[in-house]
Design a protein around this ligand. Structure first.
Ligand code: PGA
Length: 261
């Protein structure tokens, strides 16, 4: 079971889905579906264009709002980019940095991710830092070296006392949007390894306190086993977060684990 000191966090990454009206409808349905009495922290990450409307739609549901990405400069001539301050100004408290689609489709390096992480934290956003190996890397026995390298480079110059504002999302690239999920054993092993790297980078206290979400084809069906792993502190959910009942069931699974099954 998740260590009692770590509050689980379930994120809904809507990616490039939802027009304005679809987003408002989804947010309203989510607000109505989630278990009202819950300890699990829940955050949704709609497209930038829908952030403000979603915030209004979420109302008093205690569902947090986050951006899917952020740029590292505060303002200026950076066409198409969005700053931490802009995200804060529409009610975001969180932002995802280094999602695999940014790393592998857009081509972001860990150095770029690190600039984003630093500017987000300086801008008082909480960061969901996504890391994870590709299928080729896993089959080549490189999972640990890739994960360790992404962690160290993405978190360069982030001091221990700021790590309370960082959540790690371990998302094996081969499991994202594929319907193939890591087994609970694979997820647990990777999460335990991430914690080991955090001990080396920081200390035991930071490693124990840092929340590590699993991401990659999480559904209501596989959530209980994945979320039940001792080092898994929640999930970052893509496809299933667009289905309110399914997402609510994932949050419900987390709550049941917290309540002892
Ligand atoms: P998925 O996406 O749940 O659709 O696999 C997860 C993610 O990209 O965060």
């Amino acid at each position: 079971m998740t260590g009692p000191q770590r509050r689980p966090i379930i994120g809904g990454n809507w990616k490039m889905n939802t027009t304005l009206s679809e987003a408002v409808e989804l947010a309203g349905a989510l607000a109505a579906s989630l278990p009202p009495e819950r300890w699990t922290e829940v955050v949704v990450f709609p497209p930038f264009t829908n952030l403000e409307a979603v915030r209004e739609s979420l109302g008093e549901s205690r569902i947090g709002l986050g951006g899917q990405d952020v740029f590292w400069e505060e303002r200026g001539a950076f066409t198409g980019e969005v700053s931490a301050e802009m995200l804060l100004s529409v009610g975001c408290k969180h932002v995802i940095c280094g999602h695999s689609e940014r790393r592998h489709v857009i081509g972001e390096s860990s150095e770029i991710v690190n600039r984003k992480v630093r500017s987000a934290l300086e801008g008082e956003l909480k960061v969901i830092l996504a890391i994870g190996e590709t299928e080729v890397e896993r089959h080549g026995g490189k999972t640990e070296s890739v994960v360790s390298d992404q962690l160290r480079r993405s978190l360069e110059d982030i001091p221990a006392e700021i790590m309370r504002d960082v959540v790690i999302a371990y998302e094996p690239v081969w499991a994202i949007g594929t319907g193939v999920t890591a087994t609970p054993e694979q997820a647990q092993a990777a999460h335990a390894f991430v914690r080991l790297v955090l001990v080396e980078m920081y200390d035991d206290a930071v490693a124990e306190a840092t929340r590590i979400q699993y991401g990659g084809s999480v559904t209501a069906t596989n959530a209980p086993a994945l979320l039940g792993c001792p080092d898994v502190d929640g999930a970052l959910v893509g496809g299933a977060s667009l289905k309110p009942q399914e997402f609510a069931a994932i949050v419900g699974a987390q709550e049941r684990i917290l309540n002892g099954g």
